[in-house]
Design a protein. Structure first.
Length: 327
């Protein structure tokens, strides 16, 4: 569970946005903007796992890349241990990269096929000048053993491993520099169901051992429910609900969260049939002037179409962006 002993979050996001211009002519004239991330406020505590869920295209992965500074935010602040990352020098950003790492979605494309496993895992150590060649070699073997790989396979190449083994290689690479925060971007979605539980258990074991902080991005609600302390629900670039995991799954308050949970297949033969179209309707119909979910919401009002509802704490630690929900 989350460790709040220092009283300050590891990560704090304040009104973070990431917009992409849309052009419609050979002269590059801007015709509009895609609001991939649109005013996100969020905190992540030390040793916490925060699950981030939502439909494909809602901005989850973009937010992860912005936190890692793989993409620059259009506006807003990202604070790491209270320091605004936008004010850091190049040297400080370089140091920051050691403390924040990522595990990516596709273990087939996220590993360089031209490098041996040993070189892939050691790449960060080499870039940051960590230890001698002998030290790095020993560290790579230690990491391979830690994630359940055979150290004697250090000279093999990615194509010689299964999907689950390749994801373990990616995890070992992320841990090489002893990070505090790991952004997990759909790390199970490309794996067979039989392998997913093993990798999920590995994530939990590593977190307990090294007090890691995870932002766990996923569209798989069962996985998020299993691993997360809190869950943030994202829709069209905005957070619409944020709550402790058990409370969110037992009593969701935002209409979109209801829709998302209702889209999960049920084994109960008496459960009512739900429309698949309702769950995956095009995200392009958002309303920047008001609530993004207003075009799909059964509780829509005039206020919803004309004003953007704020994210409000309805109950202790339970935040909702909806005019129809009162504190």
């Amino acid at each position: 569970m989350a460790d709040r002993e220092d009283g300050r979050p590891v990560l704090s996001l304040r009104q973070v946005t990431r917009h992409y211009p849309v052009t419609r002519s050979i002269f590059g004239r801007q015709a509009g903007v895609i609001r991939a991330v649109d005013g996100v406020d969020l905190t992540i505590e030390r040793s916490e796992t925060l699950g981030l869920v939502g439909e494909s295209g809602c901005g989850k992965s973009t937010l992860g890349r912005v936190i890692l500074r793989l993409e620059e935010p259009t506006s807003g602040e990202i604070l790491f241990h209270g320091r605004d990352m936008s004010t850091l020098s190049r040297l400080e950003i370089r140091d920051l990269r050691k403390r924040m790492q990522a595990v990516f979605q596709d273990p087939y494309s996220s590993l360089n096929p031209r490098l041996s496993v040993g070189r892939i895992i050691a790449e960060g150590l080499v870039i940051h000048g960590k230890g001698s060649a002998a030290d790095r070699k020993a560290r790579v073997r230690e990491l391979m053993d830690l994630v359940g790989l055979h150290p004697e396979d250090v000279h093999r190449y990615p194509h010689e491993f299964s999907g689950g083994q390749r994801q373990r290689i990616g995890i070992a690479r992320a841990l090489a520099l002893q990070p505090e925060v790991v952004i997990c971007d759909e790390p199970l979605s490309a794996l067979d169901v039989s392998i997913q539980a093993q990798i999920l258990n590995l994530f939990q074991d590593l977190q307990e051992r090294f007090r890691l902080t995870y932002l766990f991005i996923s569209h798989d609600l069962s996985v998020v429910r299993h691993i997360s302390d809190r869950v943030a629900v994202m829709y069209l670039g905005r957070l619409v609900e944020l709550a402790p995991t058990r409370e969110l799954f037992q009593e969701p308050l935002h209409p979109y969260t209801h829709t998302l949970l209702n889209a999960v297949p049920s084994l109960d033969p008496d459960a009512p049939r739900r429309s698949r179209a309702q769950a995956i309707e095009s995200a392009a119909a958002g309303n920047p002037a008001g609530c993004n979910f207003s075009h799909r919401c059964p509780e829509e009002s005039i206020d919803c179409r004309e004003q953007t509802p704020p994210l409000v704490e309805i109950r202790p630690f339970h935040w909702v962006r909806c005019f129809r929900r009162e504190p």
